[in-house]
Design a protein around this ligand. Structure first.
Ligand code: RB5
Length: 144
């Protein structure tokens, strides 16, 4: 299960990505914000990421204006590896090597076409494991 959320600056792109998920019959949960009114991305990030760490969803998509603020906030939640991506190479390798569980994007940075390609790449790429598992474990150790 995927969970997708944004602040006001990412709201329009969130709607485009949701349309894409629906066209591909990918199940998702929509979280805040539910309209284009100003809201605070740290709260959106926390509430959405907690739905991943409690097992409600496996992966998340978070969108703010730049993608930066929401990724900083998401990475404060224990167990979250959020990756801000602007191209498909980043989306692919953050799955292969970092086992990222949240894709962050900037609604004021990329258009819907590029964003949907990032989403597809992120969702379709499996973690490679092996030596990368050790490094992901080392990231988890920092949280202890
Ligand atoms: C909101 O204006 C903007 O600051 C936010 O969406 C995000 O870009 C923060 O990093």
């Amino acid at each position: 299960m995927i969970i997708i959320a944004s602040d006001h600056a990412g709201y329009e792109l969130k709607k485009e990505v949701i349309k894409h998920l629906e066209e591909k019959n990918i199940e998702f949960i929509e979280a805040g914000c539910m309209n284009g009114e100003s809201c605070d991305y740290p709260i959106v990030a926390k509430e959405t990421c907690e739905k991943i760490t409690d097992g409600t969803a496996d992966k998340g998509i978070l969108i703010c204006g730049t993608g930066i603020g929401i990724s900083i906030a998401a990475n404060k939640v224990k167990g979250i590896r959020a990756a801000l991506c602007t191209d498909t190479y980043m989306a692919r390798y953050t799955r292969l090597h970092n086992d990222a569980n949240v894709l962050c994007m900037g609604g004021r940075v990329i258009g819907p076409g590029a964003a949907c390609e990032l989403v597809d790449t992120f969702l379709e790429t499996e973690f490679e494991g092996g030596r990368h598992q050790r490094r992901v474990d080392q990231i988890s150790d920092i949280e202890k």
